[in-house]
Design a protein around this ligand. Structure first.
Ligand SMILES: Nc1nc2c(c(=O)[nH]1)N[C@H]1C(S)=C(S)[C@@H](COP(=O)(O)O)O[C@H]1N2
Ligand SMILES: [Mo]
Length: 203
């Protein structure tokens, strides 16, 4: 009986249409990328704040965020170092829910995401509203591990993954854009993987 070579023997992306330019399918592996030392956060003391250009600055405790309406993302993620991962399931709360409580002022157009570690990343407000961004604590049915940003990270899956700040503690709304950690080091202010916005100066 003839054996169809290549079906099992070759590693090919399962869905080339879902792989942005210059990316490869990392399969079941999930690399960790961390610029700073991995912090050990206590959910008893961790808080999430939305402030800056908002009508009502707001801080949630761990229990407060767990009590908000839950929301999930099922789909892909893309790291600027060229790996992508398909079909991940993250659970948490939509950033829209947090912003609703804090009431952004009309002049707010950008956000800075802050981690407890001092890591920052800047995003257009439009990229974290309209059901496109989450604050998450669970992945594929399990609590986020510390390496991957546990207990809580930002998730903005339609942009390169450096925008998804691990150990998130604060979203600061701003009128003008200001570069975060990697953006000061040459990465793009927006970071759309489909447009290959990897570095400052890319389209
Ligand atoms: N606080 C913090 N968040 C971070 C980073 C980091 O170094 N520190 N790295 C970013 C980058 S470059 C990527 S690709 C993803 C990596 O997430 P992972 O380690 O869960 O794969 O987190 C992003 N969020
Ligand atoms: Mo990354």
């Amino acid at each position: 009986m003839p054996v169809t070579r290549g079906f099992f023997g070759k590693k090919r992306p399962q869905r080339p249409d879902r792989l942005p330019p210059g990316q490869y399918d990392a399969g079941s592996s999930w690399p960790t990328l961390t610029a700073e030392a991995t912090p050990r956060l206590d959910v008893e003391t961790w808080t999430m704040t939305v402030d800056g250009l908002v009508g009502r600055p707001h801080t949630w405790t761990w229990r407060d965020v767990q009590a908000l309406p839950a929301s999930a993302y099922v789909g892909d993620i893309h790291c600027v170092t060229t790996w992508s991962k398909f079909d991940m399931t993250f659970r948490g709360v939509s950033v829209d829910t947090l912003l609703e409580a804090a009431m952004p002022l009309p002049e707010a157009r950008f956000v800075m995401a802050h981690s407890t570690t001092g890591y920052t990343t800047n995003l257009p407000l439009d990229d974290v509203t309209g059901g496109k961004a989450w604050v998450v604590w669970e992945v594929d049915g399990k609590p986020l591990t510390r390496d991957h940003g546990g207990p809580v990270r930002l998730l903005v899956p339609h942009l390169y993954f450096w925008k998804s700040a691990k150990w998130i503690t604060r979203l600061e709304l701003m009128e003008r854009d200001r570069p975060g950690f990697w953006e000061q080091n040459g990465y793009h202010d927006r970071g759309d993987p489909w447009l290959e916005q990897r570095y400052q100066g890319d389209p």
